[in-house]
Design a protein around this ligand. Structure first.
Ligand SMILES: [Zn+2]
Length: 250
C-alpha cells in the first residue's frame, strides 16, 4: 500500500530524539511522500531543511493564523521559490483560540493567498471555527488549488468547498467516538479527498493521547474504508493519486 502523508510537523521538538529513525520507519512502512508543514519562520526553514535531506519529504511555506502577527512576506516569497516547496500553508483563520486579532488573521491570510496565486502554488488552509470568513476570503480570489486541512465542517459546508473544485483532508479526528464527520467522509467523491496525520497532534484511535506519526495513517485509511464501504487499499490509492496531482502536479 503506497501512502501519501499530506500534513505533518515532524520538525517539532516532539521528534528531536528519534526523527531520522522514525522517517526511515515511515519509508519502510509504505509512506512514499510526506509534506511537512511550516507555520512560522522557524518551522518554514526547518521544513525546507528536512525536504533537502530526504527526497520523499516536501515542504509548505506559510504563517499559521496563530502566528499572523509575525508574518513576513519576504520570508514566504524567499522559501516558496525553493524547489521542494509544494504549497503555501498552513494559512487561514482560527477563531477557536484567537491567538492573533481577527483583523490581522484576515489580512495575513489574504496576503498569502495572493502570493500563492502569483507563484502558482496550491494552498493548505487551516480553518478552525471560522468557516464563513474562510470561505468568503477564498471565494474573493478563487485560487484553483485549495485543500481544507483537518476538515471540520458539516455536509453543507463540504459541498460548498467541493463546488469550488477544492479538496477536503481527513485526519485521525474521524476515528473519534464523538466525530460528526461520518457523512462528510461518505459524500466526498473519491477524487476529492486527501489524508493526513497532522503529527504530532490528532492521534487516531486506538492511540489517542499518544504522539502521532505518519505510520498511524493506516487507522485513518481504515476508518474511511469502513465509512465508504470500499477496501482500505482503494482508499490509500485514491488519496495517493489525488495528493500527487495536487502537490506534485503530475
Ligand atoms: Zn498542522
Amino acid at each position: 500500500m503506497k501512502i501519501f502523508e499530506t500534513h505533518a510537523h515532524l520538525d517539532f521538538s516532539n521528534f528531536d530524539k528519534d526523527r531520522d529513525a522514525l522517517l526511515q520507519d515511515c519509508f519502510a512502512k509504505g509512506i512514499e511522500y510526506i509534506v511537512n508543514v511550516g507555520v512560522d519562520e522557524k518551522t518554514i526553514i526547518a521544513s525546507i531543511k528536512m525536504a533537502e535531506k530526504y527526497p520523499q519529504v516536501y515542504a509548505t511555506v506559510g504563517y499559521h493564523p496563530h502566528d499572523a502577527e509575525a508574518f513576513d512576506a519576504e520570508i514566504v516569497r524567499k522559501y516558496a521559490k525553493h524547489e521542494k516547496c509544494v504549497a503555501i500553508g498552513e494559512i487561514g483563520l482560527d477563531y477557536y483560540r484567537n491567538l492573533s486579532p481577527k483583523k490581522v488573521q484576515k489580512q495575513v491570510f489574504e496576503e498569502q493567498i495572493k502570493i500563492a496565486m502569483e507563484m502558482d502554488l496550491p494552498i493548505v488552509v487551516h480553518d478552525r471555527d471560522a468557516h464563513e470568513d474562510t470561505l468568503e476570503i477564498l471565494e474573493k480570489y478563487m485560487p484553483p488549488k485549495v485543500v481544507f486541512h483537518c476538515f471540520a465542517g458539516d455536509e453543507l459546508f463540504a459541498q460548498k468547498v467541493l463546488n469550488n473544485g477544492w479538496k477536503i483532508s481527513f485526519t485521525g479526528t474521524i476515528t473519534y467516538k464523538n466525530s460528526l464527520l461520518g457523512n462528510v467522509v461518505r459524500m466526498v467523491p473519491n477524487d476529492a479527498f486527501l489524508i493526513e496525520t497532522d503529527s504530532p497532534y490528532l492521534t487516531p484511535v486506538p492511540f489517542r493521547g499518544k504522539r502521532n506519526d505518519p505510520t498511524k495513517l493506516r487507522y485513518v485509511i481504515e476508518k474511511i474504508a469502513d465509512l465508504k464501504r470500499i477496501p482500505p487499499k482503494k482508499v490509500a490509492e485514491y488519496a495517493y493519486q489525488n495528493s500527487v496531482r495536487f502537490f506534485l502536479g503530475e
